[in-house]
Design a protein around this ligand. Structure first.
Ligand code: ADP
Length: 461
């Protein structure tokens, strides 16, 4: 069953109110009930005192001195508020009863030693009865005095109380439900407003932001939180647009260059050396594209948690030679030197393919962002199992350092913004390093250079 929020609130509140009312009623009823019987019992006790003052006992018999005045009084009371009297001797023989009992008899318990109160039926009516042992001066019980009073008034009070409650209870609940439902409806009006605003939004239109309610309550907080979320979505959307354009550019640049090179080549016959030179250039461009597409593929696999790690002993020097060869052309173009300070027999426990991607990115960045004639050093510290890759390039400003490993993060400074990139390289480096137990740290100083340290945990000596 579909139950609206305001109706749910109203229902729960009404349920809570119903329980509270029942508890309060039960307490009130109990107090009235106890008070009523207390009052009746006290009345009976007062009668008993009066009667006992008129009963004289000898050693083993009792003498009734009930005077005519009293009899008269009882007779008068009989119509309105009857009091029934009965005296029973130890043998259970009724030796006196009030006239209003006529042929009836009050119930009594034999040989009672203490006073006792109980409810009994007399002629189909419930009466309250008290029974008191009659004792001689020496304490010997010689009979029982039974006094019964009508409960009609008390019962009337109690039944009126019950009837009033049960008659008004459903009405009170209906009234309470309606009032709570109205109050709840008013309270959630700002939420409904939020829903209607949010319904008008879509991915391309998340403005204007949701209006903040006047009162600084939980709904205000919720609205502010949603607005902050919308702001982040908007930033993400803008970044996504930027990324799409960056990646397109990243693929488009080498494609245009390849097309241009091939078109120039085809125009007229050239000597083999020229062909070879241009083909090497084209291969380089294809490698660049391959690199970008690979990054995207690895990104998808990282997101899907679908990267297999096969660790084995590999020669670090050999990997670095492969990387140096890959970046050789750019190194030559920028007249940069890549110095390998790694013993040729350095073996490390790692996944060859993943390490190649990591090192390719780090060396590639040092080449891309490095100055012409810059120096790039790859050094192995055997004692700590650390490989450091340092350059004397432009460096990374301190405020950007904590973010450079974030997905799609690019440093927005003139030196690097002219260099093509996607902001994916270091994100991949960090993630691929982490999943195979390589700790990566970076230190950088503007205009002095950058150093990345790869700490191979499996190779600590
Ligand atoms: P991309 O190079 O595609 O922009 P990366 O994730 O590889 O993305 O690098 C993030 C940013 O870190 C780069 O935009 C660049 O500004 C900066 N950076 C990375 N390596 C270096 C480096 N060796 N020297 C200077 N800046 C660097």
């Amino acid at each position: 069953m579909k139950l609206y929020f305001k109706n749910r609130i109203a229902l729960f509140n009404t349920l809570a109110a119903a329980i509270t009312m029942l508890v309060v009623f039960a307490a009130v009823y109990a107090v009235v009930y106890i008070t009523t019987y207390h009052y009746l019992d006290n009345n009976i006790r007062e009668e008993k005192e009066e009667l006992f003052s008129q009963i004289t006992t000898t050693r083993d018999s009792l003498i009734l001195g009930l005077n005519a005045e009293w009899e008269e009084l009882e007779h008068n009371r009989a119509e309105v508020d009857p009091i029934f009297l009965q005296i029973v001797d130890n043998r259970g023989v009724v030796i006196f009863h009030s006239r209003n009992l006529e042929n009836d008899q009050l119930q009594f318990a034999d040989s009672l030693t203490n006073e006792q109160f109980f409810n009994v039926a007399l002629n189909g009516k419930i009466i309250r009865q008290g029974q008191f042992p009659i004792k001689t001066r020496t304490g010997q019980i010689i009979g029982q005095l039974d006094i019964g009073v009508s409960q009609v008034d008390s019962m009337l009070i109690l039944s009126n109380l019950r009837n009033t409650f049960f008659a008004t209870f459903p009405l009170m609940l209906i009234f309470f439900y309606i009032v709570t439902s109205l109050v709840a409806s008013r309270s959630i009006a700002p939420v409904k407003q939020l829903i209607s605003y949010a319904e008008k939004m879509n991915y391309n239109n998340i403005n204007p932001k949701l209006p903040l309610p006047v009162h600084q309550d939980e709904i205000y907080q919720l609205t502010a939180t949603i607005n902050a979320l919308l702001e982040r979505i908007e930033m993400g959307r803008n970044r996504e647009k930027q990324i799409t354009s960056d990646i397109s550019h990243e693929l488009w640049t080498p494609l245009t260059s390849i097309k241009g090179t091939l078109e120039v080549l085809i125009r007229k016959p050239r000597d083999p050396q020229k062909y070879q030179e241009k083909i090497v250039q084209v291969i380089q461009e294809v490698d660049d594209m391959n690199h970008t597409v690979n990054q995207l593929l690895y990104l998808a696999r990282l997101d899907a948690g679908n990267i297999n790690i096969i660790k084995k002993q590999v020669n670090l020097y050999d990997i670095m030679v492969v990387i140096r060869n890959r970046w050789n052309l750019q190194l030559q173009n920028k007249q940069m030197i890549l110095q390998l300070e790694i013993p040729e027999d350095t073996m490390i426990q790692t996944d060859f393919g993943l390490l190649e991607i990591i090192l390719g990115n780090l060396v590639g960045n040092a080449v891309k962002y490095g100055y012409n004639q810059g120096l790039l050093v790859c050094r192995w510290h055997a004692e700590t199992g650390t490989l450091s890759i340092s350059d004397n390039g432009p460096g990374i400003p301190q405020e950007h350092l904590p973010h450079i490993f974030e997905r799609f993060y690019r440093v927005n400074v003139p030196e690097s913004s002219s260099v093509q990139g996607t902001g994916l390289g270091l994100y991949m480096v960090k993630n691929l390093a982490e999943i195979q137990g390589i700790n990566i740290t970076v230190e950088s100083k503007v205009n002095e250079g950058t150093q990345f340290d790869l700490h191979f945990i499996d190779n600590e000596s």
